[in-house]
Write a protein that binds this ligand. Structure first.
Ligand code: NAD
Length: 420
């Protein structure tokens, strides 16, 4: 999201929290310095023949933040506001996320500065293939493994897997995750991130002694794409009352609870919530400021900033999106006593199932959806528990606790590798 003078840029937000965690841990400067700078930054030019015969040149990025814990892993975002700062931050958060869950991965992220909604399917395919060719020596099963992010889905992943396999002269599905099932994707990947948001939400409720079976737990979900729609659907199935949902076209409210399966179907059929009649239309600003038990910002970065942090009334925030809270707003939310399950923990379900997809591609055997989700739950529960323990031990908010868990693991990895 475009930065404003109101809040820190996404990478500055990452650095602000990293510095706090380093201070709590009394971290050696060498670790802080290593984690403050991405290992490699690729900026590529992408000439694309448009449908009208003209040629346009777009800019693409792939930032490898860290490969200390394994090959780098992270999604690819298509949006007109994508810039290097944002991709750097998203890559760094992937490093932390993989370390928090204990996956054998480092962190990376990619992006192309385009408005995909203004392009035809053919143009999108050509730009995706151009991006793959430009990064053919960066991507690799054992080097750097992309995945979907905003405005990319299994369709783009299939194009990338196909282009990469053509270039390498072999079928290499494990170079990318989030693929269609027919092309080596994993069952359970589509809903994985929303599933993880739901699991994190239930764990947070349990820690706070709130039982949705005994009392009404209200919830608002900001963003209704892959993450938000699945999170809302699965939280509703757990008995939470979803009173508000919203996307870039607007927001909808019903104090008695929205019909989430209907909204889910509507958004899938219409590509957005525009025109949804199942609730009273209101604004995303109003949604974020609702007095609810759980708020799940699942759209994009910097939705809660210095400007609106004082208005937030939720008891718990479960971050489906990456970086939805600008670092400058942390103090205000902490002051209010809001329990925040940070992005690197709350939305880690996606990369966890991506890891299982990569494993399945490597050994050529495929699990049922039930098996995938059964393996995912304990990984997320363990991560939550470790972060919660660090939160208690260091008396820090859950976000800083998550940074602490990740940085401790990464410091051990860096030390064991030797040299530095
Ligand atoms: P998506 O493109 O499927 O959906 C994005 C949603 O956000 C859409 O509903 C869109 O309308 C909404 N949105 C965009 N701008 C908005 C605005 N200004 N106000 C309100 N809503 C707005 O993307 P996604 O995959 O659901 O990703 C959402 C967030 O989750 C991103 O921060 C992404 O990095 C993060 N994330 C995604 C995954 C994944 O597996 N897809 C994994 C981890 C984290």
């Amino acid at each position: 999201m475009a930065n404003t003078s109101q809040n820190l840029s996404p990478f500055a937000s990452f650095m602000a929290r990293l510095n706090v965690a380093a201070e709590v841990l009394n971290l050696e400067q060498r670790f802080l310095d290593i984690l403050s700078m991405p290992e490699k930054t690729h900026i590529v030019s992408l000439p694309v023949k448009m449908d009208d015969g003209s040629v346009k040149v777009y800019e693409g990025y792939r930032v490898i933040h860290s490969t200390v814990m394994g090959p780098s892993k992270g999604g690819i975002r298509y949006a007109d506001y994508v810039d290097l700062d944002e991709v750097k931050a998203l890559a760094a958060w992937m490093t932390l996320k993989c370390a928090v869950v204990g996956l054998p991965y480092g962190g990376a992220k990619g992006g192309i500065t385009i408005n995909p909604k203004g392009m035809s399917v053919g143009e999108l395919e050509r730009i995706t293939r151009a991006y793959t060719r430009a990064l053919k020596d960066v991507f690799g099963v054992d080097t750097d493994i992309p995945a979907p992010d905003m405005n990319t889905s299994k369709r783009e992943m299939a194009w990338i897997a196909n282009e990469y396999s053509r270039i390498k002269g072999a079928i290499i599905p494990g170079v990318i995750t989030g693929k269609p099932l027919e092309l080596g994707g994993s069952k359970g990947r589509t809903q994985a991130t929303g599933f993880g948001v739901m699991v994190s939400c239930m764990l947070a409720l349990k820690k706070l002694g709130i039982d949705p079976k005994q009392e009404t737990v209200t919830c608002a979900v900001h963003g209704f794409g892959n993450v938000g729609s699945w999170a809302a659907k699965l939280m509703a199935e757990q008995g939470l009352k979803i009173v508000a949902i919203g996307d870039h076209t607007g927001a909808y409210y019903d104090e008695n609870g929205l019909d989430i399966p209907a909204a889910f179907e509507y958004a899938a059929a219409n590509k957005s919530l525009a025109g949804f009649t199942g609730g009273k239309a209101f604004t995303n600003e109003e949604l974020l400021a609702l007095e609810v038990d759980v708020l799940s910002p699942s759209a994009l970065e910097n939705c809660i900033t210095l400007k609106n942090a004082k208005d937030i009334k939720a008891r718990i925030i479960v971050e489906g999106a990456n970086g939805p809270v600008a670092a400058e707003a942390d103090a205000i939310l902490n002051e209010k006593g809001i329990f925040i399950v940070p992005d690197v923990l709350a939305n880690a379900g996606g990369v966890t199932v991506s890891y299982l997809e990569w494993c399945q591609n490597r050994f050529g055997y495929y699990y049922s959806e039930e098996e995938v989700l059964k393996m995912t739950v304990p990984m997320l529960e363990n991560a939550f528990e470790r972060v919660y323990e660090a939160h208690k031990k260091h008396n820090t908010p859950m976000r800083i606790a998550a940074y602490i868990v990740a940085v401790e693991r990464l410091s051990i990895g860096i030390t064991m590798q030797g040299e530095y």
